[in-house]
Design a protein around this ligand. Structure first.
Ligand SMILES: *[C@@H]1O[C@H](CO)[C@@H](O)[C@H](O)[C@H]1NC(C)=O
Ligand SMILES: *[C@@H]1O[C@H](CO)[C@@H](O)[C@H](O)[C@H]1NC(C)=O
Length: 386
């Protein structure tokens, strides 16, 4: 979140309206390769074009996950007129992305504020806390219409996203303003690891840091541990933000984040043996072999393609390219810049399966006549030389 002024102005304006069976390891929790592709390269689609009457950039922050039967579920931030209170849309494709339709919504069931910002979907890779493998978790930032508070709440669905039940609240913060000195929390990212769900998020509540990255964990989806920091810069003005995490075929874990403030939001990378100890690892700035420095709202995933190490894929919103690494993200190893033929977008979600990659976008903070649409492109990884 580096667009403080515009987001707040826009949000205020909207008030009136307002994975591993790898060559290296075979028993890791999240990564499993399908025998056949479940979504088809070549599709370049609009999921949803919001009405021009919607506020601000109308939509942003597209997230997509795949259920075990291949069904795709998407969510994003809507800037629809209120009432009713904003809710996270859930759209569904059961034909590999050829067609999408509105399926359900995650509504705020406990605060009376709405489910407004930064939806995150997670498919459980194994049974957890009374839920089955394949059941869904949702985390989002519940924020009232006057933006006076932020709260990361977690919901579950046991029927493939049709209905949602509130489980627990991870943390509560102050006003949804990305200015230093304000105390909101932002951008939850869930990951199962070793019998715990980790909730990573951005945190402005610590008076020592304009913003830092932190996490809490749960074993029962009811109570959460105290937070442990993943990135907290000694420079108060640094604003590390927007954690995403992926398991690498080696069994290691990668974390990406934007280093905003004096760091101009350059994308940073940490690699660790487990996702609970990123705070003990030094991050390194990602620069492509051709000299390009990606910045802003990164997202990371790992895919099988590309040889014994598979390939790490990262993007930022400073350009439309993908940044790839076939050496497990080890510091000093090369990152290659690849044109995936898609649009530039803020916090663009990457979802790989077999030889296909979904690049899910909801625009790059555009407003006005060319405000954002919710789109995705499905590319062939081997077709990109990955
Ligand atoms: C796999 O990654 C390791 C660690 O960076 C590297 O030493 C090795 O060369 C890589 N293998 C290939 C085939 O690129
Ligand atoms: C979004 O889609 C509409 C058509 O529904 C189009 O007029 C508009 O230009 C699109 N916006 C962008 C940024 O492509």
């Amino acid at each position: 979140m580096f667009y403080s002024v515009s987001r707040i102005a826009a949000a205020t304006f909207s008030l009136a309206a307002i994975i591993v069976c790898s060559p290296l390891k075979s028993d890791l929790s999240d990564l499993s390769q399908r025998a056949n592709p479940t979504f088809t390269p070549g599709l370049n689609k609009h999921v949803f074009d919001p009405p021009a009457s919607w506020a601000s950039w109308r939509v942003i922050y597209h997230r997509v996950v795949q259920l075990n039967d291949g069904t795709l579920l998407s969510s994003w931030e809507n800037y629809a007129p209120e009432p009713p209170l904003e809710a996270a849309p859930i759209w569904r494709s059961t034909d590999g992305g050829k067609t999408y339709a509105s399926f359900s919504q995650v509504k705020d069931q406990v605060n009376g504020w709405g489910m407004r910002y930064q939806p995150f979907l997670y498919v459980l890779p194994q049974p957890f806390a009374g839920l089955k493998a394949g059941d869904l978790l949702f985390a989002g930032n519940s924020v009232p219409s006057d933006l006076s508070k932020t709260k990361i709440d977690v919901y579950s669905s046991t029927n493939s996203g049709l209905t949602w039940s509130f489980l627990s609240s991870v943390a509560t913060g102050g006003r949804a303003s990305a200015s230093n000195g304000q105390t909101p929390i932002w951008e939850p990212f869930l990951q199962l690891y070793n019998g715990q769900i980790i909730c990573f998020y951005s945190d402005q509540r610590d008076p020592k840091h304009g913003q830092k990255l932190t996490h809490q964990t749960t074993t029962d989806l009811k109570s959460w541990t105290a937070n442990v920091d993943d990135v907290a810069d000694s420079n108060y003005n640094a604003r590390p933000g927007m954690t995403t995490v992926a398991q690498i075929g080696s069994g290691n874990w990668i974390m990406t984040y934007e280093n905003c403030g004096p760091g101009n939001c350059q994308v940073y990378v940490k690699v660790a043996s487990n996702p609970l100890i990123f705070g003990t690892i030094s991050g390194y700035p990602l620069q492509a072999s051709d000299g390009t420095i990606p910045s802003g709202s990164p997202f990371v995933t790992w895919v099988y393609n590309g040889g014994v190490n598979g390939t790490l894929l990262v993007n930022g919103n400073s350009d439309s390219y993908l940044y790839t690494n076939t050496q497990l993200g080890v510091p000093g190893t090369p990152w290659k810049r690849i044109n995936a033929g898609t649009d530039q977008a803020y916090s663009r979600c990457l979802l790989g399966d077999y030889d296909s990659l979904i690049i899910a976008s909801a625009g790059n903070l555009q407003t006005g006549a060319h405000a954002n649409n919710v789109t995705y492109l499905i590319v062939s990884l081997s077709g990109l030389g990955i």
